[in-house]
Design a protein around this ligand. Structure first.
Ligand code: HEM
Length: 470
């Protein structure tokens, strides 16, 4: 006899007690959202529910469930729908916000720009920008000056990413820039607020920062359009079929999708903005966390210096990709940093249809919060899970240690896996090689320990350090 499986309903899921009308809203400090979700995962289990006013949210921290959800895109699951809706309204839907067929078309074209060959031809630009950063630090080394290194990493990744995206050398490291970055910085806070708002209040009233952001967005789009026109002209003049794309924009202009269509100008604009937003802070904050951990662990800093001395010899910066490939210990430090301090510890998703998750019926459109860092910090997945042990990522690591790679997904998983992973790791390795070859870092004495702050990505509040020339 076939018995029908009985599913639990959402109402049967456990979770923290809330209050009438507001639910758990008052317990949720947005800047600590990821740690609150992790604490609740420890109490209520790998799937639980809570309420933000009238909206039920299902939080999931089980790594197998999370992997299944991420793999089952774009058909069964999608990013939380307001991300696409708000992006479309602002005319800025690129790869992060697009869904379904539009996403498939964009993904296929944009991936051309992340191929190894593209990264190889970008390497000389990376080296020049890394040289600029070294010049900045040469000036402050051996003084009593302590700096918040997060700020330098942001300038560094902005310089790299604008060059990568559309060949624009904004050069924030050496000069103030032309305001482009300030316009761009106005975008995400408003975008996030709108994507999380219970109703589209901005259709009735716009706050001052929203009016400023909309003006800034027009300026950004104008600048990007200018580059699109210039680049199109340049490519038309080189009518040879063997042209190699020199940056992301050129790759987009040169590539047709499987349906024989190029991206539209609006899609190109949306994707340039997306690359700038997705590529800058994520990498900058990972670098900031890495320096924080390295300053806390001088013995690990020493091992990084020994490796870099061997690999670089007399060079102060890696000269080619073959040097980067030999930086195994620095790469292990990067992976360990991403495990402990993942800058994307929460994903906001929803199902496109009614689904079953761990025996519970989850209706279409339910807000799902994937608590992605939680599993990477549990002893059933990694030995000594809260300790900073880069050695665990080396092939020579002692066997017998627990090491479940599937529980560590700082770049996501499945078909929407971060396309910028290899570029980010390249940036991290060239930057850290330069730092370790030329300087030693010490933590500046501050009263406060470094805090994790969640604001769409997870960043350190401040990482105050001093530089000493080696
Ligand atoms: C350490 C640095 C970085 C981290 C930790 C990171 C992390 C992530 C994560 C977690 C996702 C979501 C993946 C998913 O939904 O499964 C993502 C998506 C994405 N990332 Fe990154 N990222 C980094 C650097 C970059 C860089 C350098 C670029 C480009 C220059 C980039 C471009 C993107 C794009 C376009 C997407 C959307 C992909 C899609 O939806 O198809 N990221 N990233």
């Amino acid at each position: 006899m076939i018995t029908e499986k009985r599913l639990n309903s959402l109402a049967q899921l456990s979770g923290p007690k809330g209050v009438p009308i507001l639910g758990n809203l008052l317990q949720v400090d947005v800047q600590k959202l990821h740690t609150i979700m992790e604490e609740w995962s420890a109490i209520y289990g790998s799937i639980y529910k809570f309420k933000l006013a009238n909206r039920t949210v299902v939080a999931i921290s089980d790594p197998v469930l999370i992997q299944n959800i991420l793999r089952d895109r774009p058909k069964t699951y999608r990013r939380f729908s307001s991300i696409e809706r708000v992006g479309a309204e602002l005319g800025s839907n690129g790869l992060v916000a697009a869904e379904g067929k539009q996403w498939q078309h964009q993904r296929q074209i944009t991936m051309q720009a992340f191929k190894t060959k593209q990264l190889q031809s970008f390497f000389p630009v990376m080296r020049n920008i890394t040289e600029r950063l070294k010049n900045c630090w040469d000036k402050i080394a051996d003084t009593e000056q302590a700096i918040d290194i997060k700020e330098d990493w942001v300038k560094y990744t902005v310089d790299l990413t604008t060059n990568f995206a559309f060949g624009y050398d904004i050069n924030l490291l050496e000069q103030e820039g032309d305001g482009f970055q300030i316009h761009l910085q106005r975008f995400l806070p408003v975008y996030n607020r709108r994507a999380n708002a219970p109703f589209p209040y901005w259709h009735f009233i716009k706050l001052p920062d929203e009016r400023r952001m909309e003006k800034s967005l027009d300026i950004i789009k104008e600048k990007i359009n200018l580059f699109v026109q210039q680049t199109r002209k340049k490519l038309e003049q080189q009518s040879d079929n063997t042209i190699e794309a020199a940056n992301f924009l050129e790759a987009l202009l040169l590539t047709k999708g499987e349906n024989g269509q190029y991206l539209t100008d609006a899609e190109i604009q949306g994707n340039i903005i997306t690359i700038l937003l997705a590529g800058e802070d994520t990498t900058a904050y990972t670098l900031a966390w890495l320096v924080h951990l390295m300053a806390e662990h001088p013995e690990i800093q020493h091992k990084m210096q020994v490796e870099v001395d061997t690999v670089l010899g007399a060079d102060s910066i890696p000269q080619d990709l073959s040097a980067i490939e030999k930086l195994n210990y620095i790469e292990a430090v990067a992976h360990e940093t991403l495990r402990l301090k993942s800058v994307a510890p929460l994903f906001f998703m929803e199902p496109n249809e009614d689904v079953e998750l761990a025996g519970t019926n989850i209706p279409k459109g339910t807000f799902l919060m994937l608590v992605t860092r939680y599993a990477a910090l549990q002893k059933e997945n990694f030995s000594d899970p809260l300790e900073f042990k880069p050695e665990r990522w080396l092939e020579s690591a002692a066997t017998g240690c627990v090491h479940n790679r599937n529980a560590n997904i700082p770049f996501g998983a499945g078909p929407r896996f971060c396309p910028g992973r290899n570029l980010a790791l390249l940036e991290i390795k060239i930057a850290m090689a330069m730092l370790c070859k030329n300087f030693s870092i010490t933590r500046a004495e501050t009263e406060q320990p470094v805090q994790e702050v969640f604001s769409f990505t997870m960043m350190p509040d401040k990482v105050m350090v001093k530089f000493e020339t080696r």
